[in-house]
Design a binder for this molecule. Structure first.
Ligand SMILES: Cc1cc2nc3c(=O)[nH]c(=O)nc-3n(C[C@H](O)[C@H](O)[C@H](O)COP(=O)(O)OP(=O)(O)OC[C@H]3O[C@@H](n4cnc5c(N)ncnc54)[C@H](O)[C@@H]3O)c2cc1C
Ligand SMILES: C[S@@+](CC[C@H](N)C(=O)[O-])C[C@H]1O[C@@H](n2cnc3c(N)ncnc32)[C@H](O)[C@@H]1O
Length: 558
């Protein structure tokens, strides 16, 4: 679902929300955040003594609270997970303007550059080499709180309640909502809000917070702050300090980086041949095969693509060039129109080109082997490539097509499908990629022509001949080829999550160059006790136990 963006009225350079007839913050923006939210939450002190804090906010608005909290946390060497909700996102073209003036311009620029499209549901963004994680829920605050109750065992350290004024937006201050905050809080959690309304104070007291009034003169009279009563709240969950990732393809390498960024030490192992020698030895498209039919699979495809473009934005081995996708065997005109309708109004990430093609301006071509090497160059990742190592550490398996060869995964319906890309030097080619039943993508080393889909391995020359059919009539010089084996599950959906006490990210099939990163984020969040950055329906879609569950439903006649 596409959300309606906020209608802003600009008064003296400040955004005012037309629907609620209220301001987002006072004229002294950043100072107000410090006065109303950070100081009453002892944020400076806590970020100096804690390694990691979780803030949950009602009302993301322009993200000014996020920017200020993030800057304090970064300066003090504390990792921050900032979770927020927004029902009416500010259109991305207006976000930066809404944040002016700010002391945190660089981060504001980065935020506006990576601001998610207004698609309902979870969006994950990271900044400062993964030290800042933003989990942004686009939707209503009631659903947001329900999501946290059900899916965020870690709990919240600090609440920032920042809906518009209670008399203009009573829904955001619903007492039944506020009373539930205590149960999702960690020990010693704090709450801060700009309002001083008595009913808000009473609701927070009944949630278990000891509330006090904070003097805000001369700006306004007072605001509210509180701390959870001693002994109440969730005990700190203990994420693992050290993890073993088996398999150094793109699934394993992106997992290692996500975990390391979250402060977890990683042992990454593969066979003697080293990293990226399986399917991840190819050059591949980072692009989305969209469905636009409202299904969890459609949501997964769009979300994993959007996350991939964000997460790989600054990587050397990803070349952003844009991709044009027309009709073909997997995309008739009706499907193309359905996709366009499904994402209409969600921003510039997907565009209709000349009424006949989808245009993905941020799509790119990825040298997966180079990317794997780039990702594992991290101080918290230790690599060992010449040993079949067993450890006592919590283990995540990212073994691609070899997954069913491991006895713990032998029942998983994953089959190998071989494939090849060929690289040629054409006399001329456009500067963007063309996607159809395969792809033509101008990469650094030449034009990538791919790819074959072989249920049993073909001879390499036969595969080259098949690929080069795509270039019939054009002038080129053949350079080389790369082959790999895809891991294709029977339902062509990756397996991401826990399976009989082990963790797995596998079965990325033909889309691992796009799906590996959000999969890595999902597992990292699960291990940290954080809410996974996908809908519960998508989590079920990826659940590695789904095949057994389906079988058992069938045998029970359902
Ligand atoms: C020709 C071709 C073209 C493709 N084009 C695209 C594309 O355009 N876009 C796209 O998104 N995707 C594409 N793909 C798919 C993509 O390459 C894969 O989905 C992705 O690389 C899978 O990554 P992985 O890490 O899961 O598996 P792999 O890269 O296969 O990595 C698995 C690793 O696990 C290791 N391993 C296995 N067993 C063990 C063990 N017991 N102990 C230690 N290590 C072990 C292996 O040695 C290997 O390094 C293409 C694939 C091919 C073959
Ligand atoms: C005062 S502004 C938040 C300012 C913000 N914290 C900042 O740093 O810019 C309140 C925000 O709450 C959002 N909002 C209002 N009602 C909501 C609801 N029911 N669910 C989720 N968000 C809502 C508004 O769209 C608005 O962006």
């Amino acid at each position: 679902m596409i959300l309606e963006t906020a209608k802003l009225d600009w008064r003296d350079g400040q955004p005012v929300n037309e629907q609620f007839q209220d301001i987002y913050f006072s004229a002294d923006g950043d100072q107000e955040v410090a006065r109303v939210f950070l100081a009453p939450s002892d944020f400076q002190e806590r970020t100096q003594t804690e390694n990691q804090l979780t803030v949950a906010e009602f009302g993301f608005g322009s993200g000014r609270n996020f920017l200020n909290a993030a800057s304090v946390a970064l300066a003090n060497g504390c990792r921050l997970h900032f979770i927020s909700v927004e029902a009416h996102p500010i259109a991305d073209g207006e976000l930066l303007r809404a944040l002016e003036p700010t002391e945190h311009r660089d981060l504001a620029l980065e935020l506006s550059c990576h601001y998610p499209p207004p698609i309902a549901g979870w969006h994950r963004r990271t900044f400062a080499n993964g030290r800042l994680v933003l989990s942004l829920y686009f939707g209503d605050v009631h659903d947001f709180l329900h999501e946290l109750e059900e899916r965020h065992p870690h709990g919240v350290d600090a609440w920032f309640l920042d809906g518009f004024a209670p008399d203009r937006n009573p829904d955001m201050w619903d007492e039944s909502l506020l009373r539930r905050l205590g149960k999702i809080s960690r020990l010693k959690a704090t709450v801060a809000t700009f309002t001083a309304a008595g009913r808000v104070r009473r609701a927070l007291e009944s949630a278990g917070f000891q509330m006090r009034r904070v003097d805000q003169r001369p700006h306004k009279r007072e605001s509210l702050a509180g701390r959870l009563n001693a002994g109440a709240g969730r005990k700190p969950s203990a994420p693992p300090g050290h993890v073993h990732v088996v398999g150094a393809g793109i699934a394993g390498c992106s997992l290692a980086t996500h975990l390391a960024d979250a402060g977890i030490d990683v042992l990454l192992t593969d066979t003697a041949s080293g990293p990226a020698t399986g399917a991840s030895s190819v050059v591949a498209m980072q692009h989305a095969r969209l469905l636009g039919d409202g299904s969890p699979m459609a949501e997964w495809r769009a979300a994993s693509y959007q996350y991939a473009t964000h997460w790989n934005w600054h990587r050397q081995s990803v070349r952003r060039l844009g991709a044009l996708q027309g009709t073909g065997p997997n995309m008739d005109e009706a499907k193309l129109k359905r996709i366009v309708r499904a994402y209409e109004g969600s921003g510039s990430w997907l565009q209709l080109h000349e009424d006949t093609h989808l245009w993905f301006p941020e799509a790119g071509v990825v040298d997966l082997a180079k990317l794997c090497h780039e990702l594992i160059d991290h101080e918290r990742i230790e690599c060992r490539f010449n040993t079949d190592l067993g450890t006592e550490l919590p283990t995540i398996y990212a073994c691609g097509a070899q997954t069913p060869e491991l006895s713990c995964f032998e029942n998983l319906p994953i089959r190998p499908v071989w494939g090849q890309i060929d690289i040629v030097k054409p006399r001329s080619f456009s500067d963007h990629a063309e996607i159809g039943n395969g792809y033509l993508a101008p990469a650094e080393e030449g034009l990538i022509v791919g790819s074959t889909y072989e249920y049993a391995p073909w001879a390499a020359d036969e595969a080259t001949a098949k690929n080069l059919e795509r270039l019939q009539g054009s002038d080129y010089r053949w350079l080389c080829r790369r082959r790999g084996v895809r891991a294709v599950p029977s339902d062509r959906t990756p397996l991401v999550g826990r399976y009989n006490g082990r963790w797995i990210s596998a079965g990325h099939g033909s889309m691992g160059a796009t799906s590996a990163y959000l999969s890595a984020a999902v597992i990292t969040h699960m291990m940290m006790g954080w809410i996974p950055p996908i809908a519960a329906s998508v989590e079920r879609l990826l659940d590695p136990h789904r095949f057994e569950k389906r079988l058992s439903r069938r045998s029970n006649g359902r």
